[in-house]
Write a protein that binds this ligand. Sequence first.
Ligand SMILES: Nc1ncnc2c1ncn2[C@@H]1O[C@H](COP(=O)(O)OP(=O)(O)OP(=O)(O)O)[C@@H](O)[C@H]1O
Length: 333
Amino acid sequence: MPALQTTALTKTFGERKRFSPLGRRTQSDGVLAVDDLDLTVDDGEVFGFLGPNGAGKSTTINMLLGFIHPTSGSAEVLGHDVTENSTALRSRLGLLPEGFDLYENLTGREHVQSAIETKGADDDPDAIIDRVGLDPEDARRAAGGYSKGMAQRLALGIALVGEPDLLLLDEPSSGLDPKGIKLLRTIVREEADRGATVFFSSHALGQVQKVCDRVGIMADGEMVAVDAIDDLREQLGTGAVVEATVADVPDLDPLRALDAVREVSVADDVVRITCDAPETKMTALRRLDDATTVNDVAIEDASLEALFEEYTSQEAATADAEPAVVPATGGDD
Ligand SMILES: Nc1ncnc2c1ncn2[C@@H]1O[C@H](COP(=O)(O)OP(=O)(O)OP(=O)(O)O)[C@@H](O)[C@H]1O
């Protein structure tokens, strides 16, 4: 059973019939925030959910959390329909929603304690507070006075209560300092290692690249790419670039003849090889080393940021021609 699965999941906001002062129904457009989304995330995966501002990530997560209802389509989380509002499901989830609220007068520790009681878990609140790097002194203060980063650490701690089977995290690195971001990465990995599925949205692409098994990139309500980062590189042909500093520049034609070598160029004593597939870079490097002495080498795989740019700009070009606004149903009489 997949940890989560959506089928043609769709959400349109503001698709309402309006009435003119004369009582006539008038046309009203809605915003198509999530458009026919089919997505499966397997048990035990760390899945990074990416997309530019307004792509539909939070709307999707809020539907998965059962906070908003889909306009059409369906979603299952841990085998439960998200519209069921099942308490059995809630106790198996770790949630960090966007724009969560804390109780101003409760301390951080009391928040964690309360989450432990609600879930019927047996965690040690101090261990959770320590795990998310919240200072024990701060944990005894009212959360109303917390900085953004402290509140975020606390919210993450609350999500971790009860060893959830699935962590659904909306921008978990929001407001965290670099140490906090590193800690978050460690926690995500630890959670995956104990068998949990982690599904999180993020704009921190460098972090996503380090921790995710697969990523999905959304743009204008649609999933434009879903795969492991290496496979996305291969699909786009962004591959990898090898820059080798050589003793003498040899005949480069045998390199150019290699499958998946897109381009070979030379500047002084540096041979630059652009490979379509990341795995070709070592073959190309060995071939070059057979023909001359390689004194230094730099290898650069296309970053997730470059892939993100590539996928979302392709989508932007399509979206220019076809805006993600749908006409209201039952418009003018
Ligand atoms: N409650 C709402 N009412 C009307 N429109 C909404 C509502 N919530 C979201 N939208 C619209 O739906 C689209 C998707 O928004 P969403 O918040 O899901 O994007 P996102 O990918 O999470 O963006 P960000 O990275 O900025 O958080 C946007 O056009 C947004 O304006």
